[in-house]
Design a protein around this ligand. Sequence first.
Ligand code: ADP
Ligand code: MG
Length: 421
Amino acid sequence: MGKRAANHCFDYLLSNASVSADYEANNGTKVEFWVTNCRLVICILSGLCCSHESVRLQPKKWIYFPELPGVGFAAANGVLWVLVTIKRRKFGLGSTLSFLLAAMGLVIVPMSASAEWYRFSDTAMTTPIELEFWAEDKELANRVGKEVLAVFHQVDEQMSRYREESEVSRLNLNAPDGPVEVSDGLFEVIEKAREVSLLSQGAFDITFGSVGYLYDFRAGKKPTDEELRSGLPRVNFRDVILDEDDQTVEYRQAGILVDLGGIAKGYAVDLGIERLVSFGIRHARLSAGGDMRLLGDKRGRPWYVGIRDPRSEGRNAVVLPLEDVAVSTSGDYERFFVDEAGERVHHILSPETGKSVQGVQSVTIIGEDALTTDGLSTAVFVLGPKKGLEMIERLKGIDVVVIDDQRMMHVSEGLVPPQSD
Ligand code: ADP
Ligand code: MG
């Protein structure tokens, strides 16, 4: 993150925070920290990099020490404060933990020999799938891993627009001719898409296909204005008619192309979590690209979810310690090319113009389920920071972090700390 941008972020956050915090601007690393509640802590680390030496703040009293070296929590005035210390790494995690365990006088309870964190990964829905969970038994873990990963291939077969035989492709073929009965899953996703479309006044629109398919990001190809003009009349979610009683979908005009690329991964993540729960798993992290859901905590500490710096892979702009939530990020860096005019042409399109949305670099939504957060992250991206935040503030239990094209960070009220005395 550039120094100026980092300052912007810091100033913004400081102006919203009731916590007064010192920070050092040396080495280009700045730190802000606060806690809204025990479940949802937000640490904004501009240019976070744990191997940097830099900022140190004095804790009042350590009460917790998570996995990230140098990040801790201190209790003060009844609210929880986050303390962030970024130093050159001196000790490995092992030694830090053993020191802490010793200091806290913790007794280690013996447990099953194969009780541990299990990790599985795969590629499906043209996205890397990552799964991590705690299980007591290796055999069970392998079965769980296999079944959860299989979910993503099933949803892909059902909802991919690239597969001729998928349910979505058949829908696109037949729905202009009359109502088509669809599966529970597809109906649920299309219904949620409609809900997000209505909420966002059409910023989210699964019928974007007739302009969307004119792009080829790998080949650096984009449609002409004329091509867009001829495709746009077929972009309208209102032309997709749902009948709840018969569970059917019908298109009001020919040529409509429904594409669930902006929402199907969230659905698959939710299904995967359901599968984990059915096996009795209580601590897990499951992600499909930018869509993630956390089950429980990481056994006594939160999961740390990084929101990457949209312009620097491998660097985090924000780290969110979270548990039991869904988190979806939409970014302009996933599929893009830079055109001859120097403009970034990427995969999130305005249904109004058919062009890539400008003004935002990434949007992260935190909510209860990934179907909702996936749809909303795309919707807020299209709406932009102002309208996007307004929409989110109206929704219960949903929070957002927007990084705009000036690299300013905008966060919803739920992420701003309460006023302290
Ligand atoms: P990702 O697919 O990278 O996780 P998103 O969830 O933001 O990112 O979805 C982007 C995808 O959503 C695009 O690749 C496209 O398939 C679809 N899409 C693009 N623009 C819109 C839009 N305005 N409404 C609904 N879906 C969209
Ligand atoms: Mg999305």
